[in-house]
Design a protein. Structure first.
Length: 197
């Protein structure tokens, strides 16, 4: 038996590939279950499934309806954080979201991408860290290996390709600094999430 690059595999390598494939299929099945769970219009039921799947999140944070995940066990969410509907949270590398973070609808957060320059097109992983009091506008995209500083604001539709310092406002494709947040001592709470969302 050969791998996809044509290398001959010994019996131990074949056995390991079979085990890895079974684990992958089980994870893919569970991600499908979570996709269905994501449309249950009751926050508490969704949270129970998400926490059981390995997402480290407190009960006072919320993920709105229709969220999708990769490897939820690497995702950590802080207190009083609200994640909008139809967001994508990638846990193939570590994803850390702080306290009092507002993430709007349809935001995509990736921490894995393919190396397009490689002969094998392999994955390139990088953690994503989002600090406290960050706001991310609708349909923004956060790429791997990014740190978003405390209180930063990312405009709708922005594509974040590099780190964003504390309290800066970024917009565009690729995202660039367009200003500074005036309140540099935030102390607010986001409040309760919308019911049935």
């Amino acid at each position: 038996m050969k791998d996809r690059t044509g290398k001959n595999l010994d019996s131990q390598e074949i056995f390991q590939k079979i085990i890895n494939r079974i684990k992958t299929i089980c994870l893919e099945f569970w991600l499908m279950v979570l996709r269905f769970v994501g449309f249950i219009p009751i926050h508490t039921i969704r949270k129970i499934f998400y926490i059981a799947s390995g997402i480290n999140m407190p009960l006072n944070s919320t993920i709105h309806i229709g969220a999708n995940f990769f490897n939820p066990s690497n995702i950590k969410i802080g207190h009083d954080t609200i994640i909008g509907d139809h967001c994508f949270l990638d846990g193939r590398a570590k994803l850390t979201i702080g306290n009092h973070v507002g993430i709007a609808s349809q935001v995509l957060i990736y921490n894995d991408e393919h190396n397009i320059h490689s002969n094998n097109y392999e994955n390139s992983f990088g953690p994503v860290e989002i600090e406290d009091y960050v706001f991310i506008g609708p349909r923004a995209i956060i790429l791997p290996d990014i740190k978003i500083g405390k209180g930063a604001v990312i405009a709708a539709g922005a594509v974040v390709t590099k780190d964003i310092p504390d309290f800066e406002i970024w917009a565009g494709v690729p995202a660039k600094k367009i200003g500074d947040r005036k309140n540099q001592k935030p102390n607010y709470k986001l409040g309760r999430p919308m019911l049935f969302q």
